[in-house]
Ligand binder design. Structure first.
Ligand code: HEM
Length: 114
């Protein structure tokens, strides 16, 4: 089961990479459509994070559930914002720094909140 947890953490970290990569692409684009990478990255984080959480009894991991609840909420906000503005075909100036800031917030929560 250790391998399963390591595989999920590996994919979870790649998901974070997707979100940071999307942030950089979006910064360069400045205008235009909201990149779908936000949805792919948030979806991967949601899937791998929830699997890590529900498989914890089997993998022997012990997590802070309040922290995971907050991280879950932050990812849902990222996904809802991205989805709403992709649907609207609108990309307001505040959106990219907000989404990027939320990704950095979740990374900080993951590392500093024990
Ligand atoms: C933007 C979204 C997210 C980012 C950037 C992120 C980032 C990270 C990072 C960097 C770690 C490694 C921390 C360390 O090993 O010290 C981690 C671990 C973890 N994350 Fe996330 N996370 C996100 C969303 C989520 C969500 C939505 C959940 C589930 C509700 C979740 C559950 C977990 C769990 C359970 C671990 C521990 C894995 C382990 O070492 O066994 N994450 N996350």
């Amino acid at each position: 089961m250790d391998f399963v947890r390591h595989l999920l953490v590996f994919l979870h970290l790649l998901g974070m990479g997707v979100l940071i990569g999307t942030f950089l692409l979006q910064l360069r684009a400045r205008t235009g459509e909201v990149n779908k990478g936000w949805l792919h990255g948030a979806g991967l984080q949601l899937l791998t994070g929830i699997l890590l959480m529900v498989l914890a009894p089997a993998t022997g991991a012990h997590y802070n559930h309040v922290k995971l609840g907050v991280k879950l909420l932050v990812v849902v906000v990222i996904a809802v914002l991205a989805f709403a503005f992709i649907a609207k075909r609108d990309n307001p100036r505040w959106l990219t720094p907000t989404l990027g800031g939320l990704v950095v917030l979740n990374t900080g929560l993951a590392v500093f909140w024990t």
